[in-house]
Design a protein around this ligand. Structure first.
Ligand code: URA
Length: 289
């Protein structure tokens, strides 16, 4: 807006300004990108930076694999972006390297609107790996999965079967991650392309942790983990098996118990009894294996 533009000079009283901001937040507009409006469609897409310029940012091990460019912002959905994600995930030999690979990967635009990467919480030695959808507002601010309202419900659900993400004893703990490591703006549902490009990192994450059981929360996570699967309503209540779809990353067969997402249970508490049944299934599986 120009200085002499009357709209720029209009100053809202605090109550109106608060009401306008609240309305934006409720509508999902909670990420200010710029003070002035811009026609982003009219902007020219920048040429990707040369690969060499970014190699100093990559950690030693990943930088060693010179075939893997990490700086070019590849278009989401392109085979190049998927191949790069697979190559980065494949090259990671530890959780630390995987976190660095996700951090350096530039094929997922939501990385630019998120505050920080949300990689994991809990005990990496725990036999149960909990997989959610994507970070929300609180998770984005704190850099940890499931720390907002749905995380509080998840903690209560886990406590009901004697599990605590902060327990030192791996058997009493869980390890928690999400399909996406970056918050989608306004907490929107991740797009199929965003889920697909995140899959190599999620699958490598599972292969590095080697959990005895995956507890998968909500339809998005269930679809990523059980691609041939049905709706969450039909999948929940049963034990299925996970194997990586991207065979170059490795192989494994891990039991999966899908259940409702805690944020859905907050909206539909009548289904908590079904979630309780799923928790009992987790508990019986844990005691048997
Ligand atoms: N919902 C999720 O799926 N994951 C989080 O980390 C928080 C909310």
């Amino acid at each position: 807006m120009k200085k002499d533009d009357p709209a720029a000079q209009q100053i809202l009283d605090p109550a109106t300004a608060h009401a306008v901001l609240s309305w934006y937040v409720e509508a999902g507009v909670d990420v200010p990108l710029s003070d002035a409006p811009q026609n982003l469609l009219a902007l020219k897409i920048k040429e990707p930076a040369p690969v060499a310029a970014a190699s100093s940012k990559t950690p030693s091990k990943l930088a060693a694999s010179s075939a893997i460019p990490t700086s070019a912002a590849l278009p989401l959905g392109s085979p190049e972006a998927k191949n790069q994600a697979i190559a980065l995930a494949k090259a990671a030999t530890s959780r630390e390297e995987l976190a660095t690979a996700i951090q350096n990967f530039d094929g997922l635009a939501i990385k630019r609107t998120a505050t920080q990467m949300v990689f994991c919480d809990g005990n990496p030695q725990a036999p149960i790996m909990v997989i959610g959808e994507a970070p929300g507002l609180e998770e984005d601010a704190q850099g940890k999965p499931f720390v907002g309202a749905s995380g509080q419900l998840l903690d209560k659900m886990l406590a009901a079967i004697g599990l605590d993400r902060n327990a030192q004893d791996p058997e009493a703990s869980v390890y928690i991650t999400n399909v996406l490591n970056w918050r989608p703006p306004g907490n929107r549902t991740p797009s199929p392309a965003e889920i697909d490009i995140s899959l190599p990192f999620l699958e490598k994450h599972i292969l590095l942790i080697k959990p005895k059981l995956i507890f998968c929360l909500g339809g998005v996570a269930a679809k990523a983990v059980i691609p041939q699967g049905d709706s969450i309503t039909r999948l929940r209540g049963h034990v299925t098996t996970w194997s990586p779809q991207i065979k170059e990353l490795g192989d494994a067969e891990i039991p999966v118990i899908p259940s409702f997402h805690p944020s859905y249970l907050l909206r539909a508490p009548q289904n908590k009894r079904l979630a309780w049944h799923d928790l009992q299934l987790v508990l019986s599986h844990r005691t048997q294996h």
